[in-house]
Design a protein. Structure first.
Length: 236
């Protein structure tokens, strides 16, 4: 199995979570201007890391961290076969315990294995990826990302709408004093309520006026112009 983007190809058959609209939308929506150092927490097959590689300057560095061995190997192969094999570094590690790099990240991006009781799966690898071994993941992952941010760095994430309460609680802990500076509510079609949210966060004290957006993926059986604006550089 795999997914063909305009500039790179992804295999994802050894990964618990496959290439999804969630990641494609996040990778196209996040702002990348001025990003010299970026991290992808829980990179899976490497899609977000490679989207950042495509969208950042030639000298930017992207560190992709993944816990699962099979996914790490596949991400490494995808990076090796991409146009940017020297720009992305894939590491098998726990995002909460890896050794701090000598630099701080301008951007940390994540589509994490969020915990949600209704997403239980009989497949243990998939369950781990979706549920973080049934542990609440937002507070520790956001706290860790906050530790590694450059002074005006940002965190970008995609989450189900029902995770907003947990995310908001995590932002107000002493370990992760973060503020939302950009939010996009995502609908699958106009008639349905938002099911996803895209967020950009920064440290409290560095925040700016909140930018609120609404995006619908499909209307009248075709992708909307807004969706294609963010994903057109990747979708064939």
């Amino acid at each position: 199995m795999g997914f063909q983007c305009r500039q790179f190809y992804l295999k994802d058959d050894r990964c618990a979570m496959k290439v999804s609209t969630d990641s494609l939308l996040l990778g196209g929506w996040v702002r990348t201007a001025g990003v010299n150092y970026a991290a992808d927490f829980g990179c899976g097959c490497g899609i977000l890391a490679l989207m950042l590689a495509q969208r950042t300057d030639a000298n930017a560095r992207i560190d992709a961290y993944e816990y699962d061995a099979a996914a790490t190997q596949q991400a490494t192969e995808n990076v090796h076969n991409s146009p940017w094999p020297d720009k992305v570094s894939v590491q098998q590690t726990d995002v909460l315990t890896f050794a701090d790099p000598s630099y701080r990240y301008d951007l940390v991006i994540m589509n994490p294995p969020y915990f949600a009781a209704h997403l239980s799966s009989a497949n243990s690898q998939r369950q781990l990826a979706r549920q973080g071994a049934e542990q609440e993941i937002w507070q520790p992952w956001l706290a860790r990302a906050a530790q590694l941010l450059a002074p005006h760095g940002r965190i970008a994430l995609v989450a189900p709408q029902q995770a907003l309460t947990s995310i908001d609680a995590a932002l107000h802990t002493a370990a992760a004093p973060l503020a939302i500076i950009r939010r996009c509510n995502v609908r699958s079609v106009p008639q349905r309520p938002p099911y996803l949210v895209l967020l950009e966060l920064t440290r409290q004290g560095c925040e700016q006026e909140l930018e609120l957006e609404e995006l619908t993926i499909r209307e009248e059986n075709k992708y909307t112009d807004a969706f294609l604006q963010y994903t057109g550089a990747f979708y064939l």
